[in-house]
Design a protein around this ligand. Structure first.
Ligand SMILES: Nc1ncnc2c1ncn2[C@@H]1O[C@H](COP(=O)(O)OP(=O)(O)OP(=O)(O)O)[C@@H](O)[C@H]1O
Length: 272
């Protein structure tokens, strides 16, 4: 099967943005994946442009989260799995023998469906990763915590109570705190697995606004069940069905002019 390259959205293909947006940050080549005897992904070929938002859509069980988790080797934590094919980050094999998995997960951060702050203070949640990496300087940690909370659009709401428990924040604030925590290890890629599905409309809007802002600096891959959300936040969309990538391309094309009947049926709500 030919490599499905997801081109950047038309608006990106002008001026200086062209060179950065054209670069592939992630490449998935001929990937098959099994949980025990069950094959969950079949011959996936996909490229993700740097500093763009890519949405994975498709009905429940089609393999979206599995592929997302393969991108930073989160599936290593599941026993009895097997992968063939390649996942490249900046051209280097993520599953290569020399790869440092801790460093990979620092570069490719992850935000989950259910916000999962540590039962610690707001400050400690963000400072956790850098501390683990050896940062001890209080002034540098303070500056980093402030920067990440600002990037996650949470600073103004929490700056006067950094020492209180993260568990006292609202669900939407907790999710933004988890994004700040992911940003604290200075990642290049952010993987988001249905980051807003447990949130109310206002908090969902805040997360979507945040994604729009973060895409200027990071490469983002988001799994979402919400097709309006995929259409709103992403530059590229990939549609999966039963472990296969059916179609991928600029979001506008996938939603307005799908090439495949299966994609059209799904986005018009005929199944899924
Ligand atoms: N840890 C696991 N062990 C065994 N099978 C799994 C595991 N995780 C997922 N699967 C199976 O792999 C297939 C793909 O699951 P995956 O969670 O990637 O789909 P998805 O498209 O993200 O679904 P959803 O939208 O419901 O989250 C499903 O058949 C699922 O049952």
């Amino acid at each position: 099967m030919p490599l499905t390259s997801i081109a950047p959205a038309a608006a990106e293909t002008v001026g200086a943005a062209f060179t950065t947006a054209e670069r592939n940050k992630l490449t998935v080549r001929g990937v098959n994946f099994w949980y025990g005897a069950k094959q969950a992904l079949f011959d996936i070929n996909l490229s993700v442009a740097e500093r763009s938002v890519t949405a994975f859509i498709g009905p429940s069980g089609c393999g979206k989260s599995t592929l997302l988790r393969l991108l930073n080797r989160m599936n290593d934590l599941v026993d009895g799995t097997r992968l063939t094919g390649e996942v490249l980050l900046d051209g280097a094999d993520v599953y290569g023998p020399d790869l440092d998995v801790v460093d990979l997960r620092r570069r490719v951060g992850m935000v989950f469906q259910k916000s999962n702050p540590f039962p610690k203070t707001i400050y400690e949640n963000v400072a956790f990763g850098p501390r683990l990496a050896g940062e001890r300087n209080r002034a540098r940690l303070d500056a980093l915590v402030e920067r990440c909370l600002k990037q996650a659009a949470l600073w103004n709401e929490v700056k006067d109570r950094l020492g209180t428990s993260a568990l006292e924040l609202s669900g939407g604030q907790q999710q933004r705190l988890c994004i700040a925590r992911a940003l604290a290890t200075d990642p290049q890629v952010l993987l988001m697995d249905e980051p807003a599905s447990a949130l109310d409309p206002k908090s969902t809007q805040a997360i979507e606004d945040l994604i729009a802002e973060l895409r200027r600096h990071f490469t983002i891959v988001i799994v979402t069940h919400n097709m309006q959300q995929a259409a709103r936040v992403s530059d590229q969309t990939a549609f999966f069905f039963e472990g296969r990538l059916v179609e991928a391309g600029p979001t506008d094309d996938v939603f307005r002019r799908p090439r495949e009947k299966q994609t059209e049926d799904y986005i018009t709500g005929r199944f899924g």
